[in-house]
Design a protein around this ligand. Structure first.
Ligand code: GLC
Length: 754
């Protein structure tokens, strides 16, 4: 670069620095577009290839079809292999293993005019073959190294199976447990959801693609899919831009900033415009504000679905709306396939727009090294050596243990006493494998899953009598098995009862209008409690459940979600006290479905609840408080918080405030605690939530050990979208809270000064 250019660049950088520091000083923050470091060599190759391509071949790169190996949506298109041969497909999903992907890749590379290699995508959501806890469960670990390790194993196993791309992480904020897809995400909170989104993206994508041991991540479902009305999947989403930006977009921004190379549009409309045709989302925010350099794929036939949405009259119009809004690739809809070339020829879509879409896709194929070696991910020997390696199973067991949340533990029922002579293991999920790998279990093989019965027998079987009875099914009314279950229970020192949901009761198209235990499971638990023996309820479920009677009457409750391949061993580790449970809820558990939506960071309202006043915000028949709050989870030890203080009583924009609190393990067991820091902005130019998570630290302390934890806060941490839709912090008083869940009482007040 010559001297003049250097001077110009230096001047521009200097101006940018001054503007940014002014912005910071004024409390106004901008999410400057991510600087995209494009590789000139690749860009040159992309442009050279693009120049050779016909419009049909360009549209082919923008077309994604499913193989006939798996169906994850309403339609299955036959003849996809012929389409590959004609160069009219750029990517295939639901095709995996090194052998099968090699076969399909050969068609694309050796039998088409330009030999452009295919991308292979698949829903590797919480593991490929080694299955990890469902993402909501894993999120309960609040353990970023564990979460990243899980995605790393998933990415590696996927890559050695011929896959280049996973349709994960799902980063939809969800505050309505009726929605079955809460299982796939990280719960209700933007801060926790953002930190987890970044960890998952880094896990899937690794440090680079040089060793073909990582896959492209895909942040989905963009955007606000989790706010479906009434928790009913695919339902309408309508919210203010402020809620969109303050609550639902941050995890997507975090995924983009972590380097996610793809995004997936969501099925829902947002403020009247389906996400798949929403230029505000796909171009104004994702491209222009955030500088996202990757490509955007639709969800399954979501372009076609804009016709029933009623925003277009036919699929050709839908294709036009999508490509002009910023959609690069059409999943399974065959709308670009059928109409895009004509839309260009008719002048309705500039070819330059198509070229930009194709450029984004080809750039990634070059980046993956697929032009140098299209088969580099399809190595059967490497696949055999890698899949379900012992180290992967150990990682799965570790992540699973850390995902378990201890919700109740009366009289230290847990861990099971070493003097326990006889355990009764009861319930429809006690000797089950198929449900335990959860929804979206990819190539997972439930036969490889360790059931709870197997885990308990392995851990306790040599010293303790284990008697099992199913008792009932998950979702049937037949109680004929109760008698045998009670007989088994009567002779035991302690009863473990495994109840919950079927895996198919959460995930896609799996909303429930109630949140109780299905079938007669609660009746079974009631009868077991009536024996007077200690009853440990082991929950296996894909969403927060409403279990008020169990919460009041069980001796102990473990929330174990669907823990995947190592489920039985992980739960046994916790039952035995080999691992002290450390999980915290990533989503509020309501008392009943009538409270929904209920989440910790709600607004105060003008008439906050007051038990002494009728005319305040409340129900006549249930408290406002949930059964278990966000961030809640017990341990086999106890922790105390004290000495909350800040480095100053006030601070200014651009300064960092240190927040200190002393955490002590006041119990008799070593253990981990997730210390959480919440903030309340007492007065804003718009109303502010009563609390917002702004930091957490997962800390291991030996029994009796204390540690002073230090958090750092800046004005940017306190920023929100104001009435002018500008992201800024506002001077004023803030209350800070530190504790083990979102109900933390220990607080201190600080001031942010202009
Ligand atoms: C499904 C899901 C999406 C998934 C895609 C491909 O409909 O909504 O999460 O990645 O189709 O299977």
């Amino acid at each position: 670069m010559n001297a003049k250019k250097y001077l110009k660049l230096g001047a521009l950088l200097g101006i940018a620095y001054l503007l940014n520091s002014f912005a910071v000083q004024s409390g106004l923050f901008t999410d400057a577009p991510r600087p995209v470091k494009l590789n000139d060599r690749i860009e040159h190759k992309v442009d050279s290839l693009l120049a050779l391509m016909t419009i049909e071949e360009k549209v082919g790169q923008m077309t994604l079809f499913t193989s006939d190996w798996d169906v994850t949506g309403p339609t299955l298109r036959a003849g996809y292999k012929d389409d590959i041969k004609k160069g009219r497909v750029g990517a295939i999903f639901n095709a995996h293993t090194a052998a099968f992907t090699r076969d399909l890749q050969r068609i694309a590379v050796e039998e088409t005019r330009l030999g452009i290699p295919l991308l292979f995508g698949y829903d590797v959501i919480h593991g490929y073959k080694t299955i990890f806890p469902i993402p909501l469960g894993e999120s309960a670990s609040w353990d970023m190294p564990a979460i990243e390790a899980s995605a790393r194993v998933a990415g590696l196993e996927a890559a050695v199976s011929g896959l280049h791309w996973t349709f994960a992480p799902m980063v939809d904020i969800a505050r309505d447990p009726r929605w079955g897809r809460v299982a796939e995400g990280a719960g209700e909170d933007p801060y926790l959801g953002s930190v987890i989104a970044a960890a998952r993206v880094k896990g899937f994508q690794g440090k680079d693609f040089d060793n073909a041991d990582a896959v492209l991540a895909c942040a989905k479902h963009y955007a606000a899919y989790g706010a479906a009305q009434a928790g009913r999947d695919y339902h309408t989403v309508d919210m203010s831009e402020r809620v969109l930006r303050d609550v639902y977009l941050p995890p997507f921004k975090a995924a983009a900033d972590a380097g996610a190379w793809t995004f997936m549009t969501s099925f829902n409309e947002l403020d009247g415009v389906p996400a798949t045709g929403n230029k505000f989302l796909l171009t104004d925010i994702l491209r222009n504000e955030w500088g996202f350099p990757g490509f955007v794929v639709t969800d399954y036939t979501s372009i076609n679905e804009m016709v029933p949405h009623g925003i277009v009259a036919n699929e050709k119009d839908a294709g036009e709306l999508s490509v002009l809004a910023g959609v690069d690739m059409d999943m399974q809809g065959a709308v670009y396939y059928a109409h895009l070339a004509n839309l260009v020829k008719e002048g309705r879509v500039p070819e330059s727009i198509v070229d930009n879409c194709v450029r984004r896709i080809l750039r990634i194929k070059f980046m993956l090294g697929l032009f140098e070696n299209p088969y580099r991910f399809s190595d059967t020997d490497r696949e055999k050596r890698t899949i379900m390696a012992p180290a992967h199973l150990e990682t799965a067991r570790d992540v699973s243990r850390k995902s378990i949340v201890l919700l109740k533990n009366e009289k230290n029922t847990l861990p099971l006493s070493k003097s326990t002579k006889s355990i009764a293991l009861i319930g429809p999920l006690a000797d089950n494998k198929s449900e335990l790998i959860g929804s979206w279990s990819a190539a997972g093989d439930s036969k490889q899953c360790v059931s709870l019965l197997e885990g308990v027998r392995t851990r306790f079987g040599t010293t303790t009598k284990i008697n099992y009875a199913k008792g009932c099914d998950i979702n049937k009314s037949d109680k004929s098995g109760f008698k045998a279950a009670l007989a088994v229970a009567k002779s035991a020192d302690v009863i473990l009862v495994a109840v919950g949901e079927e895996a198919g009761m959460s995930g896609e198209a799996a909303s429930r209008s109630s949140l109780g235990l299905p079938g007669v499971q609660e009746d079974l638990v009631r009868d077991l409690v009536a024996t007077g023996k200690p009853v440990v309820v082991v929950l296996m479920n894909g969403r927060p459940l409403a279990i008020p009677w169990i919460a009041d009457n069980a001796s102990a409750i473990l929330e174990t979600w669907f823990l995947g391949t190592q489920a039985g061993n992980a739960i046994a580790d916790v039952l035995a006290g080999d691992y002290n449970p450390s999980g915290k809820l990533p989503m509020t558990f309501p008392r009943n479905v009538g409270q929904v939506p209920v989440f910790y960071s709600m607004k105060n309202t003008g008439r906050p609840f007051d038990a002494n006043s009728k005319y305040t915000s409340k129900y006549l028949d249930t408290p406002n408080t949930p059964q278990y709050p966000f961030g809640f989870g017990l341990s086999y030890t106890t922790f105390s918080y004290s000495g909350l203080k800040t480095s100053a009583s006030s601070f200014r924009y651009g300064e960092t405030l240190e927040v200190r609190v002393t955490l002590k393990n006041t119990g008799s067991r070593d253990g981990e605690e997730v210390a959480q820091l919440y903030v309340r902005d007492l007065v804003g130019s718009v109303t502010r939530p009563v609390r917002e998570l702004k930091g957490f630290q997962k800390v291991f302390l030996k029994a009796g050990e204390s540690k002073e934890l230090v958090f750092q806060l800046t004005a940017k941490d306190l920023a929100f979208y104001n009435q002018k839709m500008r992201f800024r912090a506002e001077a004023g008083d803030f209350d800070l809270f530190a504790g083990g869940d979102s109900d933390a009482k220990l607080s201190v007040r600080v001031q942010l000064l202009e």
